[in-house]
Write a protein that binds this ligand. Structure first.
Ligand code: NCD
Ligand code: ZN
Length: 361
């Protein structure tokens, strides 16, 4: 055996494991592609990994009308790399003054698929969000009637609530009342971070679902303070205790229909992350699929990855799964460290690390 044979041999213990996995092309049910130069820099990564993505509307100003959503969709399509067939699925940013007629118009005209509910001030560019959720009942009633889903950033904005409890408090105070007040409303709890949220979603499965990010499967709240303060691991909802991370991994790997892939890839320039007041958001757009498949492999659940990544979300939103396939291979490759944008750069989640899985070309 030559030296090169030795170098290329399979790591001990991996020989009997699947060396590749082919699944239907996956979708990202929660993605921030931003706008302008940032969009140009980050969109190619999402478009290379996913066939479709639900585009978050938290631009400045936010995407609150069907006309604005349509124009934003045009800008996304124009920014796609040549030959890409990535399909942006648009959302309406709900405010206190959103009208049921506008919601229905955008939905019927095929401009947006869902509406996004940010409690006012809960996260990046959420200051135009909703201050009184029950007061938006006419909008939710209309969505219930036309079968349009609401995607919820589920964190309490009560300043008295501890940041690590904001999701749990929102579920009790706002999510349960919303589910009870509108029994026919389709609800996606975005980026779930606690075991209790997963149970709440399971209890309403069929008309409720949740997205789970790659980073919340990998980091817990201690990771943010590992050896010092790690701004690039700060996002909202903030990562929680280890027991929650383990529950998220079990839920994703279960293949249950109410759990779907949503990266919440949220790029910010390095200067905004390594700042006196660090912006919330983790950019996982370049490494999400490799990270998810690694987690499913570690959980012994590769056979359930397709359900999570490519089937559950489409079924929930009433769309067909994608036609093509993607092949993931057990072949280590080094993730890029950062993506250049306008004289600055965006740090990549897991960037610089050698990840055990790659996407086959
Ligand atoms: C997101 C962003 O930067 O737009 N940030 C984040 O930490 N996830 C907003 C969001 O989804 O909360
Ligand atoms: Zn988000």
């Amino acid at each position: 055996m030559s030296i090169s044979d030795l170098l290329e041999s399979t790591p001990a213990g991996d020989a009997d494991k699947p060396q590749s996995l082919t699944i239907r092309r996956p979708d990202d049910w929660h993605v921030h592609v931003r706008d302008g130069a940032m969009m140009k820099a980050v969109l190619p990564f999402t478009a290379a990994q996913f066939a479709r993505g639900i585009i978050m509307p938290n631009l400045t100003p936010p995407v609150t009308t069907a006309t604005a959503a349509s124009a934003y969709r045009d800008r996304i399509r124009a920014a796609l790399p040549a030959g890409s067939d990535f399909e942006p699925l648009m959302t309406c940013y709900l405010t206190d003054s959103t009208s049921p007629d506008e919601i229905e118009r955008g939905y019927r005209e095929g401009i947006w698929l869902a509406a996004k509910l940010y409690p006012a001030g809960a996260t990046t560019n959420a200051h135009h969000g909703v201050t009184n959720i029950p007061a938006l009942a006419p909008v939710f009633e209309r969505m219930e009637r036309i079968g349009m889903a609401v995607l919820v950033h589920g964190e309490s904005t009560d300043p008295a609530v501890d940041i690590f409890d904001r999701e749990a408090v929102f579920m009790e105070r706002s999510m349960l009342p919303l589910l009870n007040a509108h029994p026919g409303l389709k609800v996606v709890v975005e980026h779930a971070t606690t075991a209790e949220t997963l149970d709440l979603v399971r209890a309403h499965a069929g008309r409720a679902a949740c997205t789970i990010t790659a980073h919340h499967l990998v980091i817990n709240r201690t990771s943010i303070f590992q050896g010092g303060l790690r701004p690039h691991l700060y996002c909202l909802p903030v990562a929680k205790r280890e027991r929650h991370r383990l529950a998220l991994r079990k839920a994703a790997a279960s293949g249950e229909a109410c759990f779907m892939l949503g990266t919440d890839t949220a790029p910010h320039p390095r200067a905004a992350k390594q700042a006196e007041c660090c912006s919330a958001g983790i950019f996982s757009g370049a490494t999400a699929l490799q990270t998810y498949v690694q987690v499913f492999d570690e959980e012994g659940a590769l056979d359930r990855f397709e359900a999570f990544a490519s089937l559950n979300g489409a079924r929930f939103h009433g769309l067909e799964p994608n036609a093509g396939t993607v092949t993931l291979v057990r072949k280590p490759s080094q993730a890029m460290a950062a993506v250049a944008v306008e004289g600055d750069e965006v740090v990549v989640f897991e960037g610089g690390k050698t990840l055990p899985w790659s996407i086959a070309n």
